[in-house]
Design a protein around this ligand. Structure first.
Ligand code: SF4
Length: 235
């Protein structure tokens, strides 16, 4: 099945080191993880559950994707963020690579010369150039930790790219402690984001954990788009 696009829209980045930055979102349909489903009966917490199936997308010709992005930001001043679903899984990977190659040429003298890829940690980032990463490492509370490609942490460290991010979504203190262990063991040498699972951890509680047990380059990352627009899609 070819890579299918769920949506393309223009908004502000809601998370991480580019929070508040004008951003074009390219959401590719399809992800085989199911974050939040655990043996103790927790339900899916993925906030893009509507894009998990490949059937949730439409096949759009490559040139039309480029035109659509350019029509949203003709002067290329905005960040391009490729997300999902999972942009590096299966057939999505090739489309993501092609888009990044194209936009790294178009945007090379702009504020954001490389698209940002939000990836779920299960797919290898080895050998991928012309992109920066927000790499999610799934912790025990997600039920998906066994799917993580642990090599990615060494690859992130070796890239030494100040724009890369390693993201931990925290459900409870067990998750937080595990994240600290991961950072100490693999020393990923990049920005480290902590985001709470909504309804499971208080923002202030996570903030205290970060203060008490800081790891290098860590920051609390809340979802600004939810503060601005609530739990809506495509904003
Ligand atoms: S990896 Fe991302 S898109 Fe896939 S289920 Fe988890 S949160 Fe959702």
């Amino acid at each position: 099945m070819p890579a299918l696009i769920h949506e393309i829209y223009y908004s502000l980045s809601g998370e991480g080191i580019t929070t508040g930055v004008p951003t074009i979102f390219v959401r590719i349909a399809g992800c085989s993880l199911r974050c939040g489903i655990t043996l103790d009966g927790r339900k899916l917490w993925c906030d893009t559950g509507y894009a998990l199936s490949h059937k949730a997308g439409t096949e759009i010709k490559f040139d039309h994707i480029i035109k659509q992005i350019e029509s949203l930001q003709p002067d290329h001043g905005a960040q391009v963020l490729i997300t999902g679903g999972e942009p590096l899984e299966g057939e999505n990977r090739q489309l993501t690579v092609l888009l990044c190659n194209e936009f790294s040429k178009i945007c090379k003298n702009q504020n954001y010369p490389f698209p940002r890829i939000e990836t779920n940690g299960a797919e290898s980032i080895e050998g991928l150039d012309n992109m920066v990463f927000t790499l999610d490492y799934k912790l025990p509370g997600s039920g998906m930790e066994e799917r993580m490609d642990i090599q990615n942490l060494s690859i992130l460290r070796n890239r030494n790219n100040p724009l890369d991010e390693l993201k931990f979504v925290i459900r409870d203190k067990i998750d937080f402690d595990r994240s600290v262990h991961i950072v100490h063991e693999y020393q990923p040498n990049t920005n480290i984001l902590y985001s709470p699972v909504h309804g499971e951890v208080e923002f202030s509680e996570l903030a205290e954990w970060i203060k008490i047990n800081p790891v290098p380059q860590a920051r609390l990352s809340l979802q600004m788009h939810k503060i601005l627009w609530g739990d809506k899609r495509s904003v």
